[in-house]
Write a protein that binds this ligand. Structure first.
Ligand code: PLP
Length: 285
């Protein structure tokens, strides 16, 4: 079955789906995106993802190209046409097509909209969750507004590649003060020896993950102690558990940081329980 993409008003086979070379997303990474988990063909936490999308657009002064309801119809239609049961739907909105000039194009330039969807390998995801994953650390050399989910991801690309080359699943960014900010495409968490769950507070220095937000609800429901604050790499090495969260990975235990085992080197009880209960707290529509 050939995959179908939505591109600026039309559904096209992926191989024929294309944007203009003067699209500002292509020229300047002048755009934003969202990724929603699809589970049983339904969208997980669509409302929160659409809210974050609207915020990212507003921070960059890109117009929302259509109502959230209309975008929701396109997301669902793209999921349906690609027969996605468990996977992701991706939406990207750019500042549109204009003759290349750094400053914003003329008012009224239509934003560019692309939506794709695909199945993910459920068995592989469950295996990763059961075994846990390795992370490596890299310096956080990103700009100061990573709270905006912009398609400008070059430091994240290089970080992920560094992880791959060291046989790890994810790279954690570490700031100048030795504190872990987040992963290249996930939020970072630890569980301290005395059982406190720690993740960085959501300021401009991390992307406020939707999975992170839901996990905070799961933690509260499980009666676990939470500290939203920066944690150092030394704390991570000394932690009882570590894990990452993102829409496509949900909660994934981290069992190795820079080659050193975390805790006893196996997935922890907290991460495993959070993963188990996650969808009881997420919204499926
Ligand atoms: N941080 C970064 C840099 C990301 O790219 C992502 C997701 O892609 C996340 C955190 C997790 O966000 P969410 O839970 O909304 O997927």
């Amino acid at each position: 079955m050939s995959r179908i993409a939505y591109v600026n008003g039309r559904y096209r086979p992926l191989a024929e789906a294309a944007v203009n070379i003067e699209d500002r997303g292509y020229q300047f990474s002048d755009g934003v995106y969202e990724v929603c988990e699809v589970r049983g063909g339904r969208l997980i936490d669509e409302r929160r993802h659409m809210e974050r999308l609207a915020r990212s657009l507003s921070e960059l002064r890109i117009a929302m190209p259509m109502s959230r309801a209309a975008l929701g119809v396109i997301l669902r239609e793209t999921v349906r046409r690609n027969r996605v049961r468990w996977g992701i739907v991706y939406v990207q909105i750019t500042r549109g097509v204009a003759r290349r000039d750094h400053a914003f194009p003329a008012p009224g330039t239509a934003p560019g909209v692309v939506v794709t969807a695909r199945n993910l390998d459920l068995a592989n995801a469950e295996r990763l969750a059961a075994e846990g994953v390795a992370v490596v650390t890299v310096p956080d050399n990103r700009w100061e507004r990573v709270d905006i989910k912009s398609v400008s991801l070059l430091p994240n690309v290089l970080a992920k590649q560094a992880a791959r080359e060291q046989g790890a699943r994810e790279a954690w960014f570490v700031d100048r003060d030795g504190r872990v900010t987040e992963g290249s495409s996930s939020n970072a968490w630890i569980v301290t020896r005395d059982g406190k769950v720690v993740t960085r507070h959501a300021d401009h220095g991390i992307l406020k993950g939707i999975t992170r937000t839901v996990v905070l609800d799961v933690l509260a429901a499980q009666g676990l102690a939470l500290e939203e604050r920066p944690f150092t790499l030394a704390e991570a090495h000394a932690a009882r558990e570590a894990f990452i969260t993102s829409a496509s990975q949900i909660v994934l235990p981290v069992v190795k940081i820079d080659g050193r085992p975390v805790g006893n080197g196996a997935p922890g009880l907290v991460a495993t329980a959070l993963r188990r209960d996650f969808h009881r707290h997420a919204e499926a529509t």
